[in-house]
Design a protein around this ligand. Sequence first.
Ligand SMILES: Cc1ncc(COP(=O)(O)O)c(C=O)c1O
Length: 454
Amino acid sequence: MNSNAALSTGEILDLDEHLVHSFADLNALKQKDARTVIARAAGPYVFDADGRRYIDGIGGLWCVNVGHGRREIIDAIAAQLHDLDYYSTFYNLTHPLAAELSAKIAGLTPDQLNHVYFGNSGSVANDTAVRILHHYFNRRGQKSKKRILSRIGAYHGSTHMAIAMTTPAYREGWDSADSLVEFLSSPYPYRRPDNMTREQFCDFLIEEMVARIEAVGAENIAGFIAEPIMGAGGVIVPPAGYHRRAFEVCQRYEIMTISDEVVTAFGRLGQMFASQKVFGIEPDIICTAKGLTSGYQPMSATIISDQIFEVISEPGARFLHGMTYSGHPACCAAALANIAILENENICEHVQQLGPKFESTLMRLEQLDIVGEVRGSHFMMGIEFVSDKSTRQAFPEDANIGGRIASEAQSRGLIVRPLGSMAVLSPCLILDQGHIDDIVDILEQSISAVMSEL
Ligand SMILES: Cc1ncc(COP(=O)(O)O)c(C=O)c1O
């Protein structure tokens, strides 16, 4: 039985004063009514501690891909813990499910990606990728190849290196390893310069990338990290051809490509991995987490190419990187059961079919006066609010438009993620058209309610 079952919402919130929340205004959270207790979940829904039901419009945190409460995953975790609660993958040790999962993932990724390092978060997956690249170039005698190209708007996590590769807005007032990172412009078509077509904007981004590489020197750059579609940066879908062209530039300059598929893998865009199938690139490293276990256990994977593995496993090399819980048996069990559900229930095909309907139903919101753009792809969508549609004038930050719309939606039974002047949707992948209609109806009412106060 849940040890909190007997506690009232107020009592839980009293205890919660000891919890340091992530990415929060900790001062504002001193008010009890600023916090929401989610106590239970089932399918595409979550329930608060008072039993109110919400559509989980953010799939936990872009992660509960197969939906909440799947017995197969829960039972697989429990069974694994009975057999082998914990053993490490340090040194010469392994265990059956770590072996099985690494082989399974290698079979799902593009051909050249066959070696998997497990971690426990997307942040760690990205840090691991950078450490491996630095080691790779050190071993090849290219010791100055250290810097990483990233983009304004990117979100790559909160560990020291991952946050340094994240857009500066996410770390105001905090320190980071700035000297290792070079930021390029965001591939944000809605906010492209007025005088450019999308095609010209793509040319501009690629020319900027080449110019920066020439200025910094390719001999100083180890890698280019990019989310196929930026998530926390505002659900930015880059202009057509951008990823392929950026990948070709990287190949030309011997710069490794890291595809941050922490959000986009395991079905969110209708494919197990999006890099190659959706964007036509064959990265040197793919990082993933979230949908790997649908959030049932904390797990990430840094998947590296044969070329990199060959160098870091040659005679004399030592892999000096490790985490106690890398490849934890319970996480592996969750991931394998989750992938089995994705495959057996054809969830990617479901997303391929329903995703365009989700996009087109949401497009209806563009008729509202403050909706500047509905954008995204499949089950990764965002709505940007503007104070003037014709000029794309943004709302001032203190208008808290995203937050107000999210709280209106919550009061109507839908959880969305506010992100500045945006509302972001990354629901469980098991939605049907009925859920989609409910989401869009609630959003329409919530946006109208906020409009009437402006
Ligand atoms: C694209 C991307 N990369 C990395 C991360 C970091 O993952 P985690 O929060 O598991 O450390 C996130 C988290 O939202 C993400 O969206």
